[in-house]
Design a protein around this ligand. Sequence first.
Ligand SMILES: Cc1ncc(COP(=O)(O)O)c(C=O)c1O
Length: 418
Amino acid sequence: MDGSDLPLVRGPVPGDASRSLIDALARHECPAITARRSRRAKVLGAEQDDPVVWARGTGANVWDADDNRFVDFTSGFGVALVGHGHPAVVAAATAQTSTLIHASGDAWPDVRRIRLLERLAAFAPGSLSVGLLGLSGSDAVDAAVKTARLATGRPGVLVFEGGYHGLASGVLALQSARPAFAEPFADTLHPAVRRVPWACDVDRVAEALADGTVGLVLLEPIQGRGGVRDAPHGWLADVARATRDAGALLAFDEIQTGMGRTGARFACMHVDVQPDLLCVGKALAGGFPLSACLGTPEAMGSWGDSAGEAIHTQTFLGHPVGCAAALAVLDLLEADLLDRVQERGSALEDRLGPLRGRGLLRAVPLPAGVDALATSRALLQRGYLTLPATADSLQLTPPACISDAQIDGFADALRSVT
Ligand SMILES: Cc1ncc(COP(=O)(O)O)c(C=O)c1O
């Protein structure tokens, strides 16, 4: 190991190039998106600074506009499980780009979309053999909500406190990991959402379903943005039973946990609980925006046949380049990627001690009184990209190619800043 995958911080972080790009961004991007030093200071405390601007990425490394090299323990919000710019993904996308960049959604499908749906049907657990593609996680959850409405005739959705399912209007009311995000729009959102505590007694779930108006129970098998919170042993099976007893559909939002992130194809496969609907996104296409709601033929059949114009589609449905990239990711998952995720997950625990989560979806608790945001910022200065999981823990979702040296370096850096 020559250290060429370890951090290389050449000067102040953020450097001059990042700072001037962030100035340009601030002039032309909606101010709600990227927190500036001044705005961060107001909301998060005086210690906050502008972000670094990403310029390129390979494997577990990302370089910023000042050519500082970082080790990415976020995988870009959990997307780059196979690593940034995996050669197989690049090759598939490059070949597809020179073949057919865009097809025509519900009018004229392309070959890759058909192949991908076939492969996903075989890859998903049980009988989740029919898919509806989208471009974002929000799209996939939106499709699950609509499917359950059609399949059950019931408007209600039961979700769990701390859940996160995306921010588009159709799904915003379902999340409570960030209550403030929904608050300004409360009067325009899904009107029939019920919420019970995460990991609550299953009687609470049954009670919430008792009046027969809920058609969908939606949850993440491990809550991601809500703080990497595991489900208690046996709880997912209990919730599944209560859901079926009540005649509702069960959807697992595996946008973060799925496609190998926890060391199984899907997190629900660790506990052998099968949903009626399964939402995937993030790691699905190795970095390209693509998502899917997979369902049983019965649930998906409730949409009825297209009479010409699809009642649920979008311009870029089944984008060929994303589908080609996803086929490459599936090849990697069906080779040895799951073993690698399990092994790297164990390496993280060996070096960092007991962690929440599973595989490469983890949270490391910080010593008492140590603030996660301040720790994340201090780690950035040392060349490690992280995000807080909660106020007192960091989320770790590195790519599967994370090396021993990178984990060791991170552990040392973490110890030095806490
Ligand atoms: C579990 C889960 N569901 C849904 C989403 C929303 O995905 P997207 O941001 O692609 O819309 C996320 C994003 O973090 C997520 O973690």
